[in-house]
Write a protein that binds this ligand. Structure first.
Ligand code: PMP
Length: 394
């Protein structure tokens, strides 16, 4: 008989030669528990998903209640389903007036795809601009926007008419033109090891897009729902995107994404062709119920008010001569070491000592720190002690 680990390796499709292979039996709050009650303090939130912690009782209750009422009824966009309407209303109530139409998807990649199609439809243009070290999903349209040739090469031909700019370089913005359908950008670039653009840059970008008639698509899959210290990261730049992408924490732990725009733009998907973007499970009622409950937890527990202070606590504790740089926005943080090898050794020691962390897609020498926002000061102190001890040993 195969063990679950053997089945995992032999019969569950793999994405790398070295999966983490951590077994988890249950998860609650900031902790995950493996066999024999092995406890891990989660510093990565399933990559920016578990902002309200694992299995928050209010999210679990919302899931259970909705599952008992109904699950899938009909493909997205046909039936009036209360979990979708309640969540859409709660979202548009906290968004700027021009972001008033929510297209629910299953994932971040699908939100990117839908937004790209919408931008083509709205502008009649085909060029997309993205940035070095950007990640917006793994499907072929979204993959066309990945800012690293290594990940694209084997899958070409991808979409034509793609231009890659340097993230944060204000001079590069002159390359946005009247050919550009949309610029797709993260308000903080997570996977390059937390790169934070200046307010001046983001405002200049907004202005150029407006002047050239290109749509500004902000990908907040990782940055929204308090992660960066505000409900949405764009609020901190004083700009409003034409299309906002949400995913990850959006579903409160359930699969959910969205692209959000003005009805005037979004209505393009309803004709010529009709059904311009469709999905069976997008905006699944159980996912929407979970997402709404998670949003209400963030609001009712006032989680965002503590994010910057907690981030600062991490930063003040994590001082070590072997840390080359620290970059942080709220509770999205990167610690840079000399090499991937050194970082990996530190990460493995942390995991062995019950603190779960990892590295970034385009910055393997950087350690990722992005815990659930509910993490307590004691837990932060414990995590930092474990990390510092691991660094001492490497
Ligand atoms: N955008 C960003 C910024 C992401 O980090 C990710 C996922 N890592 C995605 C989009 C894609 O989301 P998904 O994995 O749900 O397709």
């Amino acid at each position: 008989m195969l063990t679950p680990r053997q089945v995992f390796l032999q019969h569950v499709a793999q994405t790398s030669a070295a999966p983490l292979m951590i077994e988890i039996e249950r998860a609650e709050g900031v902790y995950m528990y493996g066999p024999g009650d092995k406890k891990y303090l989660d510093l990565i939130s399933g990559i920016s998903v578990s902002n309200v912690g694992h299995s928050h009782p209010r999210v679990v209750k919302a899931v259970q209640e909705q599952a008992a009422k109904y699950m899938h009824l009909m493909v997205y966009g046909e039936f009036v389903e209360a979990p979708q309407t309640a969540f859409a209303k709660a979202l548009v109530d906290i968004l700027p007036a021009s972001l008033n139409s929510v297209f629910f998807t299953n994932s971040g990649a699908e939100a990117t795809e839908g937004a790209m199609k919408l931008a083509k439809r709205h502008t009649g243009r085909t060029q997309f601009i993205h940035f070095r070290n950007s990640y917006h999903g793994s499907t072929q349209g979204a993959l066309s926007l990945i800012g690293d040739e290594y990940f694209k090469r084997a899958f070409r031909p991808l979409l034509p008419d793609i231009l890659c700019l340097e993230y944060g370089n204000i001079n590069d913005l002159s390359k946005i033109s009247t050919q550009t359908a949309a610029v797709v950008i993260d308000p903080v670039q997570a996977e390059s090891g937390v790169t934070i653009p200046s307010i001046e840059y983001m405002q200049a970008l907004r202005k150029v897009c407006t002047n050239k008639g290109a749509l500004l698509i902000l990908d907040e899959a990782q940055t929204a729902f308090g992660r960066c210290g505000s409900m949405f990261a764009f609020e901190q730049y004083g700009i409003v995107p034409d299309i906002l992408l949400l995913a990850k924490a959006f579903g409160g732990g359930m699969p959910l994404g969205a692209f959000i725009s003005d009805t005037k733009i979004m209505s393009q998907l309803t004709d010529n062709p009709v059904l311009g973007h469709i999905t069976t499970f997008g905006g699944h009622p159980v996912s929407c119920a979970a997402g709404l409950a998670a949003l209400q937890v963030i609001q009712d527990e006032n989680l965002i008010a503590q994010v910057e202070r907690k981030g600062k606590l991490f930063e003040s504790k994590l001082k070590h001569s072997k840390i080359k740089s620290v970059r942080r926005k709220g509770l999205m943080m990167s610690l840079e070491f000399d090499s991937f090898e050194q970082n990996k050794k530190i990460i493995d020691l942390c995991i062995g000592n019950g603190v779960l962390t990892d590295w970034f897609l385009f910055a393997p020498q950087c350690m990722r720190i992005g815990p659930p926002l509910i993490i307590s000061d004691d837990e932060i102190n414990f995590a930092c002690d474990v990390i510092l001890k691991a660094i001492d040993q490497c």
